[in-house]
Design a protein around this ligand. Sequence first.
Ligand code: AMP
Length: 221
Amino acid sequence: MRVVLLGPPGAGKGTQAQIIAGQLGVPAISTGDIFRANVSGQTELGQQAKTYMDAGDLVPDEITVAMVRDRLDEADARTGFLLDGFPRTIGQAETLENALEKRGRSLTAALLVAADDDVVMKRLSGRRVCTKNGHNYHVDFDPPKREGVCDQDGSKLVQRDDDKPETVKHRLDVYHKQTQPLIEHYEDQSLLKRFDGTRAPDEVHNHIRATIATMRMEEQV
Ligand code: AMP
């Protein structure tokens, strides 16, 4: 199965990606996570990406596409993958399609986890992350026992630079302008499946799981 996950920042794609990938037996590949690991590791790629990420802009396609291509060439991605946060532009989608076509393959589905701007704004601007292991909290929906301190490892909780309200607003603008056109793109190819990201994560997951089960049955018929 070769699946892409679409949706605005904060719709819960990351949470779903891990569970679905486990269920499908394919690696979950998050471009945001790969970029963040490179930023922490102070690699050249991380240095190139950081300014764009902090501003809430997309990292240019040449950099992103090369990184994803390398990742998809790794052994674990040969039989399938779940891409979380890629593609985010029509250019990226076309590059992915061409790369798959050259290998005689194609995408199985594009899963859209949708959420309105006001929900995204509330979720992301209240998110706090632990500085040691990246555990996530929310000031209203999932607060730590002691304000500003991680329950699990006692490290300090911080707000990601790109979760600051003005940056979230900008990320949403970028999403609407550059990523939203992908919805129609995948609809035209009959690959799009929609899910309501404002529901509880378990409910969203059950819906996705049922859809994947149906897709698998259709493949076998
Ligand atoms: P995410 O955690 O998926 O929201 O990604 C965090 C940041 O990484 C984004 O705001 C972008 O700056 C960058 N990024 C992640 N995926 C992509 C992509 N497919 N194209 C361009 N930039 C990306």
